[in-house]
Ligand binder design. Sequence first.
Ligand code: UDP
Ligand code: MN
Length: 273
Amino acid sequence: IYNSGQNKNITLDDIFISVKTTKHYQYTRLPIILKTWFQLAKQQTWFFTDTENRQHQNQTNGHMVNTNCSASHQRKHLCCKMSVEYDHFLESGKKWFCHFDDDNYVNVPRLVSVLQKYNHQEDWYLGRTSIYEPVKLYKKPTNKLMFSFWFATGGAGFCISRSLALKMLPVASGGRFISICEGIRLPDDVSMGFIIEHLMKKNLTLVPEFHSHLEQMKLLAPETFRDQISFSYAKVKDEWNVLNVPGFDTRYDPTRFLSLHCFLFPQFKYCPR
Ligand code: UDP
Ligand code: MN
C-alpha cells in the first residue's frame, strides 16, 4: 500500500498533537488556540501544562494534562513537559507524535496531508532547524569535538513517527528523557535531536512548512499560507513579529491568528462575510 510513495490511509485521527503551555500563558496564548485551529482537531490535540483550570478543562473536553512539572522556564522543567508529552503519545497508540508550542498556529489539514507522504512504520523525524550549523559537543578538558547533530526547533513544531518513537523507548520513556536533558545540559528540543540523531542514528528530515518566530513572519506570502503547517508570533519589546494577513484590526487580533484562521477557513461563524 505504500508503493505509490503516499500513505493516504493516514487521517487526523492517527496524529497525536501535543501543545506545550504554562500557567503564565493560560489567559494570553491558550484562548486564541481554543478559538481557532483547536476547533479542527478537538479529539486529537492535548495540552501539557503545569496548572489546573476548570474552564479550560471543560472547553477542551478534558484535554488539558497537568504534567506536575514546575511552571518555570528552566531546562529541567521544560524537559519534564516534553517527557510527559512523549509518554502520553506512546500511551495513545497513535501513528504520529507532533509537538507544538502555545504560540503556534497549526494548519490542521496541511499537517495531515504532509504526513501522508511519509510511512509511520519507518523512522521519521520531521521538522525545521533553527540554526545553520549542527550542535557540537566537545569533550572536556581537551575541547576535542565529540560529535555534532541537528535538531528540529520546538517553536516551529516537529513530528516523530511511531516506529522511531518506539525505538527511543529504552532511552527516553518513563521520565528517562529528563535524565538525558540533564546529562547533556541542553534544552528539550535539542535533547530530542541528540536522542534521535546521535543515539538512534536517524537524521532529521527538513520540512520547511514548519515555522517559528525565529523567522520573520511577515515574509511568508498569503498565497502560500495554505501550504504551511505551522505559524507563530512574538512580541520583542514593542515590535510584533507577526504574519502579514488581511483581516481583523490589529488591536482586536494582535497575533494575527484570528485573521489567519478566517483566511484559511472563512466558514467559521465569527469570520466576516
Ligand atoms: N513554557 C513553559 N514554561 C515556562 C515558559 C514557557 O512551558 O516557564 C512554554 C511555553 O508555553 C511555550 C514554550 O515553552 O510553549 C516556549 O515559550 P516562549 O514562547 O515563551 O519562549 P521562546 O523559547 O519561544 O522564546
Ligand atoms: Mn515562543
